[in-house]
Design a protein around this ligand. Sequence first.
Ligand code: ADP
Ligand code: MG
Length: 726
Amino acid sequence: MSGNDSREQAIFQITNREPTPVRKRKSLDKIWATDVFTLNKMEDALSKKDYKAMKATMETGAALDPQVADAVALAMKDWAISKGADYFSHIFYPLTGATAEKHDGFIISESNGKAITEFNGSLLIKGEPDGSSFPNGGIRQTNAARGYTAWDPTSPAYILETRNGSTLCIPSVFISWTGESLDKKVPLLRSNAAMNEAATKVLKKVGEKEVAPLNSSCGAEQEYFLVDSNFANMRPDLLLAGRTLFGAPSAKGQEFDDHYFGAIATRVQEYMQAVEEKLYRLGIPAKTRHNEVAPGQFEIAPYYEAANVAADHQQMLMTVLKNTAKEHGFACLLHEKPFAGINGSGKHVNWSVGNATQGNLLDPGSKPNENLNFLLFCGAVIRGVHKFGPLLRAVIASAGNDHRLGANEAPPAILSVYLGSQIEEIFNMIAKGKLDGIDEGGLMDLGLSQIIPFEKDSGDRNRTSPFAFTGNRFEFRAVGSEQSVAGPLIAMNTMLADSLNWIAAELDKTVKGKSSSAVREGIIKVLKKLMKQHGVAVFGGDGYSEEWHKEAVEKRGLLNIPTTADALPHLKDKEVVKLFKDTGVLSPVELASRFEVYAEQYILKIDVEAKLVVSMAKKIIYPAASRYLADLALAASSASELGVDFDSSLIKSIGKNIKGMMKAVAKLEKAMAKDKFRSEAAHLQYCAKDIRSLMDEVRGYADALEEEVADDMWPLPTYQEMLFIK
Ligand code: ADP
Ligand code: MG
C-alpha cells in the first residue's frame, strides 16, 4: 500500500503485532471497587460512631470532626498498605483541566535506623504542593506560591496501581494561601450547595413538608479516537498537539455510515475490556460502549453518579483510556477534532438534580402537566439557558472545541434548549396562561405479535441541539471531549440556583393562600412570566439550518458565539460576575482569574500548533516535496534527451505548491513574532483569526502536495492509514 520505508515499517509492525495478552475478566462482583476505600470498607475498620459521621459526610456533605478524620486516616493507611501502597497523594484539579498529583511516602525513618509508616488526620486533611507551577490567573505572585490541597471526604479515596508500585490517591480541593480556589472542585461543591439551598427554598414554598438535601448528578458520554501508536509516533502533530495539522482526506471517509454501531474490531474490544476492568476496580460504573460515527472513533459512558464524584471519575476515566491505550499499542486521542473532515469528538454531559424525598426533579413522570415540581425545575433551566447562554458557551470554549462547534456536525454555537414536542407543548400552554391535558407518549405497537409493545418516550431526540431534554435529564451536548465536566456542571448548577432563587421570590408574590389550587395558580403565573421573558431560548427545529441561525440572532436576540476568542470575554459580563458572586460560587477575583487562565491556555495551545505547522512544513513536507520535484525534473530532462514526450504538468504544480507553502510559512512566522496587543481580548482574536487562518493556508498547500508527491516519498502516515489500519 505504502512504499515509503518508515510507513511501510509501521504497517509491518501493526500487521505482525503480537496481541497484548488478555486475561479472562474476573466476574464483576470480584473486582468491583476493590481499589476504592468505600463506605463498606470503612464500616469494617471504623468505630460505629466514626463510621456514622463519615457516612453522613459522604452522603449529605455534613461537616466532619477532625478527630474522625484521624481515625479515617489511620484506617485508610492500613487499608492502603495492605494493598501494597507505599505512597499517598492528594489528587487535585487545576484550572488547566488536567489532573494533578504530588506523591509523598508513608515512610519516615527514625533515629534508630528503623523505618516506620506514618499518616494521620492532619496529613490526610491538608497537603502543600508547590502552588507556583499551576496557573492561578493573577491570584497570587509566584514569590507567594503557597497553595494547599485539602481532602474532599465526599469523593472516595482509591489506589492507583502502576507496574512498580501503588499509590493511595486522595481527592482534594486546591486553594491559595489567601483562600481562593485555584481549581475546579471548590466551585463545583459550592455550586451544588447553592443549588441545594435555592431548590430547598422553592420546594418548601410549594408545600413540600420534608425536603432532603439535593444533589446534582452527572453521566458523561466520552468519545475518543484510537490510532495505532506506530503511526501516532511518526506524527509530531499528534504527539504534541493531539490532532493532525496536516493530512489530505482519505478516499473513503465516514460517508457510508458503516462504522456507527458496527461490530467492534477484536483488538479494540480487548482494549475496551481492559479499560472497563480498570474502571470497575476503581468503582467507576462503565456501562455502554460502541463505535462512533467516524472510522476509528468510539464512545464509553459510565452510569451517572453524584456530580462531584462523577467529575473526579471522569478525570480518571480519561487517564485510564490513555494509559491503557499505550499497553495495547494504541494512542487514544481525546482531542475534539483529531482529523479534519472527519467527525469530531464531544462529551455529552447528562445532568439532573434530585434528592431522597422528591426524587429526580427533572423526571416528568407519566403526567408532566400535573407535575408542578418538574415544571418549576424545567422552567428554571429554560430561564438559565436563556439568561446565561453566553456563560454556557464560555465554559465549553477551548482551542480544540472551536473546530467542532458550529461546524454542522456538532451543536451550533448558539445556545438554545430543546424540550421535545410534549414538554414544549406544555410550556407553550403555560406561556398562554393555561394548562390542560396533553397527548401522552403512548405505546409503540408494531403490529407484530412477537415484539412486545413498549412505552414510547414523551419526546423524540434532536441531535442538532446543544442543550436537550432527554426524558429525565438535560444533556449538554456541546461539551468538548477533552474538557473537564466540572466547568459545565458548575455553570448549570449555578444558573439553576439563580433561577430557583428568582422563582422563590416570584412565588412570594403570586401564591395567595395555602390550598393546593392557590399554589398551582401561583406557580402557573410565575412560569407564564418566565416563559414570556425567556421562552425564546426554546427551540425544537434543526439547529444546523441557516434559517435558525438567522432567526436566532435576528428575531430572538440569541448570540452566535463562534470561537473561544468570542466566548471567553463573556466571563467578564456584569450578569455573570453577579451570578457567581450572589450565589457564592466564585468571588469576582476567582472568576477574573479563570478568564486569565483560560485565555492564556488558548493562546499557548495555538502558539504550539503554529510552531508545529512551521516546523513540519519546513522539515518534513518541504524536503519530501522537493526531493520528488528533483526526481521529476531529472526524468523530464532524460525524456527530452531521448526525445520522449513528457508530461511536465505535475512539475509545475508541485513547484507552485511548494512556493505557496513556503510563502505562507514565512507569513505565519512573521505573524507569530507579534507580541504587543491592546488587550488580552485582542490577543485572543488575533490567534483565532490571523494565526489560525495562516495555519490553514500552509495546510492547504501541504495537503495539495500530499496528493501529488509519490506515495513512496511521503513521510507522514496518511489519513487512510491512521483511520483504517488496526
Ligand atoms: P445516549 O447515547 O442515548 O444519550 P447513553 O446511555 O449512552 O445515552 O448515556 C446516557 C448517560 O446519561 C449515561 O451516563 C446515563 O447514566 C446518564 N443518565 C441517565 N439518567 C440520568 C439522570 N437522571 N441524570 C444524569 N444522568 C443520567
Ligand atoms: Mg447522549
